[in-house]
Ligand binder design. Structure first.
Ligand SMILES: [Zn+2]
Length: 189
């Protein structure tokens, strides 16, 4: 919660602070008054998070001539979507830490959402930070993993596209390296 709020505050400060922009604009105009166009109202050209319908909407208007652009004015693509989301309190990449209110079990694992074929998660034990970070790898083929340090169980929950046209079972002939888990009874996985 703390992290989310502070990120939001930073984004607001960096992206939309009218004080900062005016400072830059004024000093630029003083330095080069003849060549600077009247300051167009950039705020009117900026699409809000809810106006974004396609990739083409994720292009900023750029800065007014003679001014230093802010992230809000010049960022594009996913970075732009992230900033616009933060301005409205939407955490588009779901950067919250994993559930650390309990220890995961095989019957009730800690869920780790992933939009890709594999996902790494760092466990610090329960209570949180009771051991150093241990990185655990999960994949769509083998979604469950157990922390060797504290025994907490994690499970990857795939939330990506169902068919990305890539063929998951024959990934360019890649075969996941075998581990001890391949040689124990499947019910212990
Ligand atoms: Zn652990």
């Amino acid at each position: 919660m703390f992290l989310q709020r502070s990120a939001l505050a930073v984004a607001r400060r960096a992206a939309v602070s009218p004080v900062a922009r005016r400072t830059f604009a004024v000093s630029a105009i003083r330095r080069d008054a003849k060549n600077v166009e009247p300051h167009a109202s950039i705020d009117q050209k900026i699409k809000s998070f809810n106006d974004i319908k396609s990739e083409a909407d994720l292009v900023g208007p750029g800065a007014a001539p003679g001014t230093v652009p802010t992230d809000l004015e010049q960022s594009t693509g996913l970075e732009r979507l992230e900033i616009l989301g933060k301005m409205e309190g939407v955490d588009i990449f779901d950067m919250r830490p994993l559930d650390a209110s309990r220890k995961g079990t095989i019957d009730n694992p800690i869920l780790v959402k992933s939009a890709g074929d594999e996902q790494y998660a760092g466990c610090t034990g329960y209570p949180a930070d009771s051991h150093i970070v241990t990185w655990l790898g999960m994949s769509r083929e083998r979604p469950m993993e157990r922390c060797p340090e504290c025994g907490s169980v994690y499970k990857m929950e795939y939330v990506g596209p169902q068919d990305d046209g890539h063929g998951h079972h024959d990934h360019h002939g890649y075969e996941e390296p075998k581990t001890f888990a391949n040689y124990v009874k499947p019910e212990y996985w």
